[in-house]
Ligand binder design. Structure first.
Ligand code: SF4
Length: 211
C-alpha cells in the first residue's frame, strides 16, 4: 500500500502530471547535484551531532558558508532543547490512507515536543498549510496520543529565524480533512496526453518528456 510523503503530495499539488511520471511511472530525471549538496551536508552533520558522534573530521570538509549555517543551527534555541530522535521515520493512517516520511529531528522540553526542520533554502510560503507540516504533526500526534504540546519549527538558517506552529484540535481536524481530500484525488490521477505548456514547466526537469 502506498504511503504518501510530503514530497508526493506537494508534487501532486504542483502538477498531477509530474506526480504520475515520478511516482506512478517511476521515471526519475537527473537534477543538478549541487542544488542539494549544502542542505545534505548540514543535515548529515546535525544528525551525527545530535546522536552524540564525534563530528570533528566532518567539520573540516565544510566550506565557509556551511560552517556559518552550522554555527547558526548549533546555537538555535530549539536545536539546543532535549534530543529525542534524529532522521526519524514517522507514519500513521488517516482515513484510508497511510502518510509519513523522515523528519530532521524531534526535541522536547518539560511539556512540549518540537519537530524540527532545518532549511538552508527558503521555508514554505504557507508553513501552517504545508503538507510537510500537516503530515509530521498528524503522525507525531498519533504516535504520542496527544494534541497539546505538539509543535513544528521551521528553522530558516539563512535568515536565522524560526517559524513555530502549534497543533490544536481545530488544526488537527483541518489537516486530516486536507490530507484525505488530496489522497482521494490522487487515486484517480492519470497521464495527460494533451498538455499545455505553462510557466511552471519552464524549470521542470520533466519538460523534455511532456512536450
Ligand atoms: S513539464 Fe509541466 S506539465 Fe510536465 S511535469 Fe513538468 S510541470 Fe508538469
Amino acid at each position: 500500500m502506498t504511503s504518501y510523503s510530503p514530497n508526493m503530495l506537494k508534487t501532486y499539488q504542483n502538477c498531477p502530471q509530474k506526480y504520475c511520471l515520478k511516482y506512478e511511472q517511476k521515471l526519475i530525471m537527473p537534477q543538478k547535484a549541487s542544488l542539494f549538496e549544502k542542505g545534505k551536508n548540514i543535515h548529515a552533520l546535525a544528525n551525527y551531532y545530535l546522536k552524540g558522534d564525534n563530528i570533528d573530521k566532518f567539520l573540516t570538509v565544510l566550506n565557509q558558508e556551511e560552517v556559518l549555517l552550522w554555527e547558526t543551527l548549533k546555537n538555535n534555541i530549539y536545536f539546543q532543547k532535549q534530543y529525542v530522535e534524529s532522521e526519524y521515520n514517522l507514519s500513521c493512517k488517516i482515513g484510508d490512507f497511510w502518510i509519513g516520511g523522515r523528519i530532521d529531528a524531534i526535541v522536547k522540553d518539560e511539556e512540549k515536543y518540537y519537530i524540527l526542520d532545518y532549511k538552508t533554502g527558503a521555508i514554505p510560503k504557507e508553513p501552517e498549510n504545508d503538507y510537510q507540516t500537516m503530515i509530521y504533526m498528524l503522525c507525531l500526534s498519533k504516535k504520542l496520543n496527544r494534541i497539546d504540546g505538539i509543535n513544528f519549527v521551521y528553522i530558516d538558517l539563512k535568515n536565522n529565524q524560526n517559524h513555530l506552529i502549534e497543533l490544536s484540535d481545530e488544526k488537527l481536524r483541518e489537516y486530516e480533512k486536507s490530507i484525505i481530500k488530496i489522497c482521494n484525488s490522487i487515486k484517480n490521477v492519470q497521464i495527460q496526453e494533451d498538455l499545455k505548456f505553462s510557466k511552471k514547466c519552464d524549470f521542470c526537469e520533466y519538460k523534455r518528456v511532456c512536450f
